[in-house]
Design a protein around this ligand. Structure first.
Ligand SMILES: Nc1ncnc2c1ncn2[C@@H]1O[C@H](COP(=O)(O)OP(=O)(O)O)[C@@H](O)[C@H]1O
Ligand SMILES: [Mg+2]
Length: 320
């Protein structure tokens, strides 16, 4: 071991990607993820998240800009990029003809892990994620949630310096989601830089150290969850559950950023407008337009809605 510690941070500098058709999917993106940090990349569909990830792991070349982990240029050396990065794609891995434990162990071996350590880490992950009852089940027979957990174990059994997780908890039950987040924390404690790609803001709020909100290929906000929420100090979230089938009611102009997801109307109001907000909601209930309302503290979800105009997945109890 050398006495001089290498800086193993991941850095994207001024990354621009223009697709052949002309779509500018990334526009001068600059961000970094430090070893031991869990960094969230949030943004609605089409924001440019997957395009960035594909460039990091060498599947696409940036039109301009640079991507590096420590001293390694990922664009010039896609093979090194694949070694230094672990990746859980959003789409399920094709593991139909492998047993769950086999798929995890094989991935660790392919990534260069020594057999004994890989076997031990496989066992540890299977236990930690509570998927022991499926360890010898063929992939084709696994439920979506268990497959997702196996995919996570495959991506992290022999982790690179940067671990990229694209919507890791999709289809996973709430109990095992918590187990998965504990493993993400363990990875960061071991010194991995973790990039979490998601449009589930509430989950990100609980699990990331820092995050960026990306829109139309550029970063529109970046910081810790509490720093981003501090921008909304003095605001409240007023959520109105509309009656099934009604058209969205006209909101007074002091009711800001109304976004409807299913029958849920999520809005932001000033603290000083709390009483007026309640009157408005109660009026809607009296008119049969709404069934109930809730007034509470703003969350990262409200910041996200203000920045993107979109509700996030699961953030409002509805489907985005
Ligand atoms: N292969 C492609 N060719 C042309 N345009 C693409 C391609 N892939 C993505 N895009 C466009 O680039 C933009 C960003 O897409 P993407 O990176 O997939 O966003 P996200 O992962 O945030 O949903 C979108 O406008 C999308 O239509
Ligand atoms: Mg995507």
């Amino acid at each position: 071991m050398t006495a001089i510690a290498t800086d193993w941070a991941f850095r994207a500098s001024e990354v621009t990607k223009v697709y052949p058709g002309g779509a500018r999917a990334n526009d001068a993106l600059t961000l970094h993820v430090e070893p031991g940090e869990v960094y969230g990349l949030l943004g609605p569909n089409g924001a440019g998240k997957s395009t960035l990830v594909k460039q990091i792991i060498g599947l696409l070349k940036p039109t301009s800009g640079s991507l590096a982990i420590g001293p390694h240029d990922l664009v010039a050396q896609p093979d090194v990029a694949r070694q230094l990065c672990s990746y859980l794609p959003q789409a399920q891995m094709p593991i139909d003809s492998f047993k769950a434990a086999e798929a995890i162990e094989l991935t660790g071996r392919i990534r260069g892990g020594d057999p004994a350590t890989v076997r031990a880490r496989t066992d540890t992950l299977i236990e930690a994620l509570d998927i022991g009852e499926w360890r010898d089940e063929m992939g084709v027979k696994l439920s979506g949630g268990v497959k997702r957990l196996v995919g996570f174990a495959m991506a992290t059994v022999w982790p690179g310096r940067l671990v990229i997780l694209d919507e890791p908890t999709n289809d996973v039950d709430p109990l095992r989601r918590r187990l998965l987040w504990e493993q993400v924390r363990r990875l960061s404690a071991e010194g991995c830089a973790v990039m979490l790609v998601t449009h589930n803001v509430l989950e990100a709020e609980k699990s990331v150290d820092r995050l960026a909100v990306i829109m139309d290929g550029t970063i529109v906000a970046e910081g810790t969850p509490s720093a981003l929420k501090a921008q909304d100090r003095g605001q409240l979230r007023l959520q109105v559950m509309l009656s099934p089938g009604v058209t969205t009611p006209e909101a007074p102009d002091w009711v800001r950023h109304p976004v409807r997801v299913g029958n849920n109307l999520v809005t932001t109001i000033d603290e000083s407008a709390a009483a007026a907000g309640i009157d408005w909601a109660v009026g809607l209930m009296g008119a049969g337009v709404a069934e109930e309302y809730a007034l509470g503290a703003t969350t990262l979800e409200d910041v996200y809605i203000r920045l993107t105009g979109h509700a996030s997945a699961n953030g409002t109890g509805g489907e985005a």
